[in-house]
Design a protein around this ligand. Sequence first.
Ligand code: PMP
Length: 435
Amino acid sequence: MSLETELQNYWMPFTANRAFKKNPRLITSAEGIHLFDPSGRRILDGSSGLFCVPAGHCRPEIAKAVGEQLRKLDYTSPFQFSHPGGFELARKIAELTPPGLDRIFFANSGSESVETAMKMAIAYHRANGQPQRYRFVSRELAYHGVNFGGISVGGMIKNREGYGPLLPGVVHMRHTQTVKNSFTQGQAETGADLADDLQRAVDFYGADTIAAVVVEPVVGSVGILVPPKGYLQRLRQIADKHGILLIFDEVITGFGRTGAPFAAQTFDVQPDLITMAKALTNGSIPMGAVAASTKIYDTITSAAPDDVIEFFHGYTYSAHPVATAAGLATLRIYEEDGLYQRAADLAGPFQAAVAQLRELSMVTDIRGYGLLAGIDLEPTAKFGQRGYAMLKALFEAGLLVRVTNDTVILAPPFVAEVSDLEQMVDIIKRTISQL
Ligand code: PMP
């Protein structure tokens, strides 16, 4: 079959489809921190897939658990029925979340987790006698998935424009990337006062109209924006003062990326809701989840008689048996292989390696935290063109990265060695010099 025929039916997500078909990048197998193309060429996975494969590809433990589950119980309705794996995975996740964030609701992706958390916030206030709290406060440059709630609170223009009026009542705070803080490694000393944008929203719209403030603790998809010191704490204080819930979207940061199971622990700030997905199953089977505080769960469930459904929300595949088996096997690997600690230990050498790229004149900023780094390249006349060229050139050079506009994002697997991390940076350095 010709390549043209092979590629004719698939409409690819977030891809320049017509350009791709002229120059396809196909992956046919993977192992550990490497991917392989159809010719067997080895490509280093510099972004853990899409931030979701920290334990390395094709872990046999996960394959075994998934296979056994498929033979034992492939599916059961999660509405009014359940299976032991759902309960067990919820308990395991609750052991990892900050104390008090103990109720786990399952979804199938990051986007669905965000919608779920937003609906929980509104349902909580309604159950609490405040149905007028419908507004969300979020941030410019945020990524919260692609469903209508998520693009409404999201701040990536391309994801929002052209889709109509979106959810009413969303207010965007400024993002935290400032020229002054360029090339800051880790958290910047200045910028916590940007959290006062939440207070401005309260002053302007009235606290009693605001359901929740939703932020990624470290902004991921837009290019790794690290919260300035004290910023998340200040958001928490303002939210507390006005009865506003704080949602951390940890779809990227969840399960170790910042050196602790959740960024809430890394930055020592307790949100009311945490969304997660990606690394929950090491990328193997789609799954997302929301961890809700006991207060939210109790308020929503106690508002209804005990034989009535309390929260009208859920998915056919919530707590899918195969996904829960993959999740349980994954969390066992993280624990037994000490991968949270390993991520913390690798962060220093990783950030030091990435910092070397500073010397290249094309690099205009580098930001990073834990095993996340964003490297900004000077744009050409056409915004995003250089980033796209880099994505293709790096792939040719044997490195898979995530690129957003003109920013190269690295998010290596936690099982990488320091020499692998250095190799990733070397490939970027060489490729930029050749570009
Ligand atoms: N929230 C955040 C913070 C994300 O980074 C992403 C995905 N990059 C999502 C939500 C959406 O996740 P998904 O693509 O699984 O729907």
